[in-house]
Design a protein around this ligand. Structure first.
Ligand code: SF4
Ligand code: SF4
Length: 243
């Protein structure tokens, strides 16, 4: 069991933390990996030069089914099975820093979100995780939770991750549990593998029987965020059609 303290914080609360290559524990947090990737994490990592969504998923990821929702879930495969080190860490730090996943950006904060069934309103909760190996807490760099989120470029991640939460909540409510193989493959492509998804939408018209926002559909021809939003909307319609 992890005994490291979690200190609840509100968005305006300050905490003291900094991380840099000059700190003795540099790169320590990029091993012992147990990392889930959200669809928006994958969307961003595929922007790393030379990376495609299919290539990234094939080479670097494990695929699973969410235990409650049955929706596809993706994890980052460690480069080494013993140290569980991240495949993207180098002696100079993270090699995909500009496109690093949301959990790496959020650390040492933890964000949880709850959604009201009645109003659909989301409520955010934050905590500071004080792991004993992390010397970042000894540095004198103050920021509030809100400033941290903005400075780490987390706003678009949180926005898309909250949209995913809506899909998961709907699935759990309407038809929890495993999905058939065909639907599961569709959901995997629509959430994570955007390159073939775009081809299937615009060359094979796989969404032709759905009622989707025309502007969103048009934007999704060239815009990945619009394409992922479209994928989530399509999955919601599939869920709502479940008998
Ligand atoms: S200060 Fe913390 S976050 Fe930064 S490298 Fe060290 S362990 Fe990782
Ligand atoms: S993606 Fe980058 S920051 Fe995140 S664990 Fe891997 S090397 Fe570390």
């Amino acid at each position: 069991m992890n005994d490291d303290p979690m200190i609840p914080l509100s968005p305006d609360d300050s905490f003291s933390f900094d991380c840099s290559s000059k700190i003795g524990c540099f790169n320590e947090c990029c091993r012992d990996l147990n990392q889930f990737l959200t669809p928006y994490d994958v969307l961003r990592i595929k922007q790393v030069p030379g990376m495609s969504s299919s290539g990234f998923l094939e080479q670097y990821c494990g695929q699973h089914a969410g235990p409650e929702s049955g929706l596809p879930v993706v994890t980052l495969k460690p480069a080494d099975p013993f140290t569980l080190v991240c495949p993207f860490v180098s002696p100079d730090g993270c090699t995909i820093y500009q496109h690093r996943p949301s959990s790496c950006r959020m650390y040492p904060l933890v964000r949880a979100v709850s959604r009201s069934r009645e109003s659909g309103r989301l409520t955010e909760y934050f905590a500071l995780l004080k792991e004993s190996h992390c010397m970042g807490h000894e540095q004198n760099q103050e920021s509030t939770v809100s400033q941290w989120i903005k400075n780490q470029g987390l706003l678009p991640y949180n926005d898309m991750n909250d949209k995913l939460l809506e899909v998961i909540s709907l699935k759990n409510r309407i038809c929890p549990g495993p999905m058939d193989v065909k639907t599961s493959r569709f959901c995997f492509m629509a959430l994570y593998d955007l390159h073939p998804f775009r081809r299937h939408v615009f060359e094979k018209s796989i969404l032709k029987d759905m009622t989707l926002d025309e502007n969103l559909l048009e934007k999704a021809r060239t815009d990945d965020v619009a394409l992922l939003t479209l994928g989530m909307e399509a999955i919601k319609q599939l869920i709502l059609k479940e008998p």
